[in-house]
Design a protein around this ligand. Structure first.
Ligand SMILES: [Zn+2]
Length: 134
């Protein structure tokens, strides 16, 4: 799931390019090259991934704020979280823009993994051979 692999066989890749910062990082494969699972399940299927992306963004934002506040409170850093709200917001937005490709792909991967079950029979030819030998 975190490596953007096929939800069915966990071997094929969801995205055409493996580097999230390459141009065309949003392009997805239509089907799994390994097992043939359909990645374009229906028109607008990935609309719901926006909610996953929103949840991930909020979780990341809260985690960073709690970490900064905690480190500031115990004296590890003297950031002055509440004294520099503009700097905090600018840094937060910059962080989100930098992480946008990663969050985009992760939310699509999480979304399709919620709807497609793993199918170990499609995993590889060797596992198919093992099943037939039994
Ligand atoms: Zn697959």
């Amino acid at each position: 799931m975190l490596t953007n692999r096929c939800p069915s066989c966990h071997e094929g890749y969801l995205f055409v390019k493996s580097n999230p910062y390459a141009s065309g990082f949003m392009n997805m494969e239509k089907k799994c090259a390994r097992c043939g699972a359909d990645f374009q399940r229906e028109p607008g299927f990935y609309f719901g991934a926006a909610y996953v992306s929103y949840a991930l963004t909020v979780a990341l934002w809260v985690a960073v704020v709690v970490a900064l506040y905690t480190f500031d409170f115990i004296g590890l850093i003297s950031y002055g979280f509440f004294e520099n709200p503009v700097l905090t917001i600018v840094l937060g937005i910059t962080l989100l823009v930098v992480l946008l490709p990663v969050l985009y792909r992760l939310s699509r991967s999480l979304w399709i993994h919620m709807f497609v079950q793993r199918n170990d029979h499609l995993r590889s030819e060797t596992s198919l051979d093992d099943d037939s030998a039994e």
